[in-house]
Design a binder for this molecule. Structure first.
Ligand code: OAD
Length: 275
């Protein structure tokens, strides 16, 4: 049930003061206030941005347009986030990820990331952050042990498994769009999970364990549209956790939550976790 007013915030805040195992599952909305676009929003929600309308094409500090629609409203995921799309036009995909990488490098952690890192410093061993985000803002804020479910935008890997032992290093590939192996022609691709690919086993197993073991699951800034990550909310609930969603909009997993807090990550997390 969606909640408004101070009472639900305060109740969750009280619960978090005593929590011994806290899972935070973050999605693209977590980084929206850092200027990184989400995937499925009609318009990126970033209330910390200037209230005045932002002229079309004006860029936020990160280099990404402000107040624009999510990536999958403007770009075709079949072309840009699948092996088939990469094989069809490697340069197009490489260039698109190069632009996203630039945006992420220029972005800074926001108050939500910082509140999580500060909580982890104050309460060691309590928080596990599991992120669908391929940026490194949780890590740069201080949550170095964040579990990444969908890979790392800033890392490379080979498109095909390298036949050599030890395998060639993608960092030593010959420059190009994309870089390629001088010996066998293997192409370098971004180390992110594309549609149709499975999640990294170790990361997903660790995330499942954290969901089963947590007392509170805070689900922040995700539409809940992408599985299996979205299923972690239900897993936590089945295991007896208090499930709390932080999102300015409705999500597809609101029915799994005991409380839905309609607020942004940078608004809600400092208030929920400070002190
Ligand atoms: P989506 O774009 O699907 O959803 C973003 C969610 O963030 C929406 O529910 C918004 O309402 C919410 N939101 C927007 N601004 C917010 C803010 N300031 N604070 C809190 N919430 C806010 O992004 P994800 O759910 O992360 O996959 O998408 C899941 C996966 O789909 C992504 O990891 C990506 C994509 O394809 C890969 O990169 C592999």
């Amino acid at each position: 049930m969606p909640m408004s007013g101070d009472a639900p915030f305060d109740a969750v805040r009280e619960r978090l003061r005593e929590v011994r195992h806290l899972l935070v599952l973050s999605g693209a909305g977590m980084s929206a206030e850092s200027g990184i676009p989400t995937f499925r929003d009609a318009r990126v929600t970033a209330p910390s941005a200037p209230a005045a309308p932002i002229p079309q094409g004006e860029r936020a500090a990160s280099g990404w347009p402000s107040g624009v629609a999510g990536l999958w409203s403007r770009f075709d995921p079949a072309q840009l986030a699948s092996v088939e799309g990469f094989r069809a036009d490697p340069a197009r995909v490489w260039d698109w990820y190069a632009e996203r990488r630039d945006g992420v490098r220029r972005a800074q952690p926001n108050a939500g990331h910082r509140a999580l890192a500060e909580f982890a410093r104050r309460r060691p061993g309590v928080l596990m952050v599991v992120s669908q985000n391929v940026d490194d803002l949780h890590q740069r804020a201080g949550n170095a042990d964040t579990i990444r479910l969908h890979g790392d935008l800033l890392a490379d890997r080979w498109l095909e498994r390298c036949p050599r032992l030890p395998s060639c290093d993608p960092g030593e590939a010959e420059p190009g769009r994309p870089p390629s192996c001088g010996r066998c022609g293997n192409l370098v691709r971004p180390d992110v999970v594309w549609f149709g690919e499975t999640l990294p086993d170790t990361a997903f197993e660790a995330a499942q364990r954290a969901a089963s073991a947590c007392e509170v699951a805070l689900i922040v800034g995700t539409s809940g549209a992408v599985w299996p990550a979205a299923g972690l909310a239900a897993r936590a609930r089945r295991a007896g956790a208090l499930v709390v969603i932080v999102n300015p909009n409705d999500s597809e997993i609101d029915d799994q939550a005991h409380a839905v807090l309609h607020a942004t990550a940078a608004q809600a997390l400092p208030r929920l976790l400070d002190g």
